[in-house]
Write a protein that binds this ligand. Structure first.
Ligand code: FAD
Length: 429
């Protein structure tokens, strides 16, 4: 008999862990992703600030799953899912399934504002982070030569829309780059013009953390020079900068949008019902209502927690759900019914920068140096490959001791053929 065909859409935290949990099982697994790599999104901000190399947080799916004999990896974009025909449609052809795990994650949410989508930089994909790194560094190059003071100030201003963990972590990392690293590269530039501003709609940072931890993070950021604007939202952005909802404008060459994510649109092809942030509501077993063979997990799935609130869009949720979906498929094959998913909350944390992080694990809350060490240790633990763990640790150590960011590269891809801009004509053979 041909083994059961389990198709996994997405090789992120959820999909990858589902695939691993099916290792050695009597099933044939097909994992499909639009990229050939798995991305460790929690450290994207370090790529965006020149601390880590993209290769240290993104790993080829084929090499991570190498040796798993019951599995094939496919590079392709899933464009639709036909539940009646049990078929996944991709840009490279159709793939049939007996069981399906949809783990396609989320994308940046601009809340339908086209100007924000056009003129701000997200921090959600590897391309976003590389583009940000390049554009921030390029602004310093331009500022170094700029005679006009107002324009120089605009070039040296970064506005970050959204004061959640991503916005805060990026602000802290940028400020360190601007105060400790770049002044050595640009000895003639006046660094007093540099500004990093976080604009947050609520009256504090980190609304998913306890107010005391948020207050601690705010004090640290302010002491390090980050400006915090509360109770205001960025409603428009252009080349010149941003406009806030009270009409104030801020001149800024770099605008980073970290104000939200939403589930991918692919959810629309498996469910007419969409929950908060476009997530797909699923049963407590993670199965799609009315579809015993279809599981939706991670950022894409809306699953109620014990408090009744949907589980947050976090890596541990996706990881645990991936394992649960895989195990449940095997349980179903033995004829037993699917059991409910129970989330084991191991806590949340965010770093404010050097020597400072906030950590909350249930009723336990702490910050400062011990929090920072906890953050370092746990992030290292979750990085996918051993090589990357070593490389990341080396880079962190180097940065910590020497205040250096080795990956200060401006790498925006140019148009093909633009490598030799002075003599564009082809030479005859
Ligand atoms: C900047 C940032 C920092 C974060 N920091 C933390 C943190 O510190 N701690 C924490 O717990 N969580 C953090 N998160 C959240 C965490 O990364 C997500 O909750 C987690 O990645 C969700 O896992 P997932 O498997 O649902 O989706 P993902 O990991 O996003 O994986 C989805 C996969 O699906 C693929 N895909 C999507 N659409 C298609 C398609 N149509 N066809 C083919 N493939 C497709 C994507 O390429 C991707 O590989 C952070 C997120 C970001 C953006």
């Amino acid at each position: 008999v041909t083994p059961r065909r389990v198709v996994i859409v997405g090789a992120g935290f959820g999909g990858l862990n589902a695939a691993r949990a099916l290792r050695g099982a009597d099933v044939h697994v097909v994992i499909i992703d639009q990229h050939n790599y798995n991305l460790f999104q929690p450290l994207l901000y370090q790529v965006g600030s020149g601390m880590l190399d993209p290769g240290e947080i993104a790993h080829p799916v084929r090499s991570i799953l190498r040796g798993q004999r019951n599995l094939e990896v496919r590079l392709g974009t899933v464009t639709g899912i036909d539940l009646a025909a049990r078929m996944v449609t991709t840009d490279k052809g159709d793939v049939s399934y007996d069981s399906l795990i949809v783990a396609a994650g989320s994308v940046t949410n601009h809340f339908g504002n086209a100007a924000l989508a056009r003129s701000t930089n997200g921090l959600k994909t590897l391309d976003d982070a590389i583009r940000l790194r390049s554009s921030v560094l390029e602004c310093f190059e331009r500022a170094d030569e700029e005679e006009d003071e107002a324009e120089r100030r605009r070039l040296l201003t970064v506005v970050i829309a959204g004061g959640g963990p991503t916005g805060m972590e990026y602000a802290g990392a940028l400020m360190e780059l601007f105060t400790h690293v770049l002044p050595r590269d640009y000895p003639h530039l006046d660094f007093s013009a540099v500004r990093v501003v976080i604009v947050e709609g609520a009256d504090r940072l980190l609304d998913s953390f306890h107010p005391q931890l948020a207050a601690r993070a705010q004090r640290t950021l302010r002491a390090r020079g980050v400006e915090l604007v509360f109770g205001r939202r960025v409603v428009d952005a252009s080349e010149a900068g941003v406009r806030l909802d009270d009409g104030t404008t801020l001149d800024a060459a770099t605008v980073v949008w970290t104000a939200g994510v939403r589930a991918v649109s692919l959810g629309g092809s498996i469910s007419d019902r969409r929950g908060r942030l476009d997530r797909v509501p699923v049963r407590p077993t993670l199965q799609l209502p009315g579809q015993d063979d279809v599981y939706v997990i991670g950022d894409l799935a809306e699953v109620a927690s014990r408090s009744g609130e949907p589980l947050p869009m976090l890596a541990p949720v996706a990881i645990q759900q991936g394992r649960h979906a895989a195990k449940t498929i095997l349980v179903q094959m033995s004829g037993a019914p699917a059991g409910p998913f129970r989330y084991l909350d191991k806590g949340t944390m965010a770093t404010v920068g050097r020597n400072q992080a906030v950590v909350q694990v249930g009723p336990l809350r702490y910050s400062g140096f011990v929090g920072w060490l906890t953050w370092l240790f746990l992030h290292l633990l979750y990085i996918v490959t051993f090589r990357s763990k070593v490389m990341v640790l080396l880079n962190w150590g180097w940065n910590y001791l020497f205040y250096d960011r080795p990956i200060r590269l401006i790498t925006s891809p140019r148009a093909r053929g633009a490598e030799d801009p002075v003599t564009p004509q082809e030479t005859s053979p």
